[in-house]
Ligand binder design. Structure first.
Ligand SMILES: Cc1ncc(COP(=O)(O)O)c(C=O)c1O
Length: 347
């Protein structure tokens, strides 16, 4: 089975060896076991700040992206959440007491989301939004800066900055993110950065982030060559697989698949290819998933991300160029995908 459903790829042995060595070093540093570090371990903060172009004094280590979401939901009554988006934030925001409404980037940028500015968080993911690989343009970033200047709290989930390069957080917005996509949910580390983040997140920071020993191990690993190993391995592999997928669609099938940032892309589906006269998104997506599954590919239904149209999400983690080419052939041949229609200007 070729898995495009989004599980991060395992690390090469060299990266695992370096990581294990740095866990040992961190464990032998006695102050890490006894001195609290509520804003996070200094080595990890420095390395993340440098890599993500964030001010180190504002960078705060959290237990995960979803842990950072808890803080906003506790402090603000209303979160205007982009759609589509990573769905894992929804139960966290709502469960922590915020009213969550959904809006497209266009609606958010136009100010069409309701709620008082002082009580409202606007939530974007960029660069390389999950699930569609979209990145804020220069104009959109300027509009975000205006909204922030008008008093809205704007949060940008920059989790995929590792995969796309970093244009810098829009002026006036907070950056949040996670290390989860570099290894898996077991990484259990994230960040928030903004002028008030540390003070606002203090209750969560007292109670939830992983041990400073764990944080230092990650900091040493990333600083001492781990990030370069991941860049040359995991991250480079994503680019190779994406390029192979798009090149194959263009060269062998005459399909121009739009460029997307980061590892995730949406493959649109064609309602006319369904047996049912007026199929639901669920019917279309499930039948396309089942057909791809029979051919040996695993993807994810886009409705889970609140996508506007029926589609499948493919994530190019841990697949080689040959597998990406086979996937391109499968989606091009499939009567269920709408790639050919879109390419001919019908959708
Ligand atoms: C955009 C985005 N943010 C955050 C996460 C999860 O982060 P965490 O496990 O740190 O909450 C994911 C996982 O798929 C994601 O796609």
């Amino acid at each position: 089975m070729i898995d495009l459903s989004g599980s991060p790829a395992p690390w090469p042995d060299e990266a695992t060896r370096l990581w294990a060595d740095r866990v040992g070093r961190a464990a032998r540093q006695s102050d890490l076991w006894t001195v609290p570090a509520p804003q996070g371990d200094e080595v990890l903060r420095e390395v993340l700040a440098a890599q993500l172009a964030l001010p180190v004094e504002q960078l705060t280590i959290t237990a995960s992206l979803r842990a950072a979401a808890l803080t906003y939901a506790r402090r603000f009554g209303h979160v205007a959440l982009e759609r589509p988006t990573y769905p894992g934030v929804v139960p966290v925001l709502a469960g922590a007491g915020a009213q969550v409404t959904r809006a497209s980037w266009d609606e958010l940028l136009k100010g069409a989301f309701g709620g008082e500015p002082w009580d409202t968080v606007l939530w974007f993911t960029s660069p390389g939004r999950n699930p569609d690989g979209r990145t804020l343009t220069g104009q959109e970033r300027s509009r975000i800066a205006e909204l922030a200047a008008e008093g809205h709290r704007v949060v940008v989930n920059e989790t995929y900055a590792w995969f796309c390069g970093q244009a810098g957080t829009p002026a006036g917005a907070d950056s949040v993110g996670t290390l989860h996509k570099l290894r898996g949910v077991g990484a259990r580390l994230g960040w928030m950065a903004g002028p008030g983040c540390f003070e606002e997140a203090f209750p969560e920071l007292l109670g939830t982030p992983p041990s400073p020993v764990w944080q230092r191990a990650w900091g040493l690993f990333l600083r001492d060559g781990g990030l370069d190993l991941l860049r040359d391995g995991l991250l480079a592999q994503v680019d190779i697989a994406k390029d192979a997928f798009r090149d194959r669609l263009a060269s062998a099938h005459g399909i121009e698949f739009p460029a997307f940032d980061g590892p995730n892309a949406l493959i649109p589906l064609d309602p006319r290819a369904s047996e049912a006269p007026t199929p639901t998104a669920e019917q279309l997506e499930e039948s396309a998933l089942a057909a791809l599954h029979e051919e040996g590919f695993k993807a994810v239904a886009a409705r889970h991300f609140d996508a506007e149209r029926p589609a499948l999400r493919a994530t190019f983690f841990g697949v080689g160029a040959a597998e990406a080419i086979r996937f391109a052939d499968a989606v091009a041949r499939s009567p269920r995908t709408a790639l050919r229609l879109r390419c001919q200007g019908h959708t």
